[in-house]
Design a protein around this ligand. Structure first.
Ligand code: NAD
Ligand code: DEZ
Length: 384
């Protein structure tokens, strides 16, 4: 059996080595020739999986080690009887930690001593947005949830949902919808002229779903007009050839790495391994946890002298500080569009190992119950 896989999927040999031969190819440049004699195709978000790629091939199963599926022509695969599996939720916690870290920086920029004074509008309340809402609510933030498809489906049974307009009144608006074009609540350019005109310089817009959810031509105009909001952009239109002027205008600019914790990536591989094993009728013997190494930073300690707000932010940013990714992306925005695109992909391919908060033991000596609760809410392991 031949498995053709994006070379950037971690632990290919550990998970799939005993299932067949593995051919590693560049996900961005995968061609019909690369997959013609393959039985199984494993991809990430940078490969367009459609008729052009697969027609005439032997492929029977496609797995994407990602949450998003907008790079896959699901209807065509179904028509061809090709089984498909994604990795829903695999890196949701990684994205949530990205957002929390961005919030901590924004609160500091606003001069707030208590970051929970910020209200947060969450647009798209699925795996990522739902986990974000749960953590923020446990931390004591006020949130507004916007998810029309869920509101319609769940009615009275679901949580309280607001309109996009109401969500966009919050101090911070965080976008976590999939990219859709043809559904009743299509998200392509959902954040356009009207939505951006309503934002003010007292607000922050975070985009960590898909770049095309914001009309970034309009965003650039908004960011160069009066009273512009701040924006933290992790996802971009036309990746990898993103617009360097927009990078310049963004407060925080990162190369689509919000979901790039090691845990998130390895869980993505584990989920497509499980789906493929089930498809092939093989037992599921391997677990992501067995492949996670010791973290480089394993313990931090705070005493009763610690400032509570600062302690949480220090631990959070010890795990992940988006300013490092921001600096790397800005440095990469030189040269031609081709060179910038290659640099964007390189930043993602050579991404440093980033561990989630659950890998860090936090020792608290004589600190308050509320501080302990805050650390627990984020997902740190506590040692009291
Ligand atoms: N930046 C990154 O690294 C990164 C990592 C993971 C996922 N993502 C992106 O984030 C998206 C969301 O991930 P998820 O796991 O939460 O997906 P999900 O499918 O679990 O949740 C998406 C939610 O968005 C809602 N939604 C759909 N259309 C909407 C609309 N018009 N307005 C408001 N809500 C709408 C859906 O009802 C659903 O509840 C993914 O599809 C992927 O594109 C990005
Ligand atoms: O959809 C997802 O899971 C994320 O956007 C994911 O982090 C994308 O990463 P990529 O597949 O491009 O490496």
């Amino acid at each position: 059996m031949l498995i053709v896989a994006d070379e950037n999927i971690p632990l290919l040999d550990s998970f799939f080595g005993d299932m067949g031969e593995i051919r590693r190819v560049s996900g961005r440049h995968m061609s019909p020739e690369d997959v013609r004699d393959a039985d199984i195709l494993l991809v990430r978000s940078v490969t367009r999986v459609n008729r052009e790629l697969l027609e005439g091939s032997r492929v029977r199963f496609v797995g994407t080690a990602t949450i998003g599926t907008d790079h896959v022509d699901l209807q065509w695969l179904e028509e061809q009887g090709i089984r498909f599996s994604a990795a829903p939720g695999c890196n949701a916690n990684s994205v949530v930690e990205y957002v929390l870290s961005v919030l901590s920086l924004y609160a500091e920029r606003c001069g707030l001593t208590d970051w929970t004074d910020l209200s947060v509008g969450i647009v798209g309340v699925g795996n990522v947005g739902g986990e974000l809402a749960a953590k923020l609510e446990r931390l004591g933030f006020n949130t507004r949830l916007c998810d029309p498809p869920r509101a319609e489906r769940e009615g009275e049974q679901g949580p309280e949902f607001v309109s996009l307009e109401e969500a966009m009144e919050c101090d911070v608006v965080s976008l976590h919808t999939p990219l859709t074009r043809n559904s009743p609540h299509a998200t392509f350019h959902m954040i356009g002229e009207r939505e951006l005109a309503g934002l003010t310089s007292d607000q922050l817009l975070i985009s960590a779903g898909r770049g095309e959810v914001i009309d970034t031509t309009v965003l650039k105009q908004r960011l160069t007009s009066a009273n512009p909001p701040l924006v933290a952009l992790d996802v971009w239109e036309r990746e990898p050839k993103i617009d360097p002027e927009l990078v310049e205008l963004a407060w925080l600019a990162t190369p689509h790495i919000a979901g790039y914790s090691l845990e998130g990536k390895v869980q993505g591989t584990e989920m497509i391994y499980q789906a493929l094993s089930t498809f092939l009728g093989l037992p599921i013997r391997k677990k992501a946890g067995q492949f996670l190494p010791e973290p480089a930073l394993s313990k931090v300690s705070f005493t009763s002298a610690a400032d509570e707000d600062k302690a949480v932010k220090t631990a959070l940013r010890a795990c992940y500080d988006p300013r490092e990714d921001d600096a790397r992306l800005r440095l990469a925005m030189n040269g031609s569009a081709e060179e910038r695109g290659a640099a964007f992909d390189r930043l993602r391919r050579d991404y440093p190992v980033r561990r989630e908060c659950s890998s860090l033991k936090v020792q608290l000596k004589g600190t308050s119950k509320s501080l302990q609760d805050s650390f627990r809410a984020i997902g740190f392991k506590l040692k009291i």
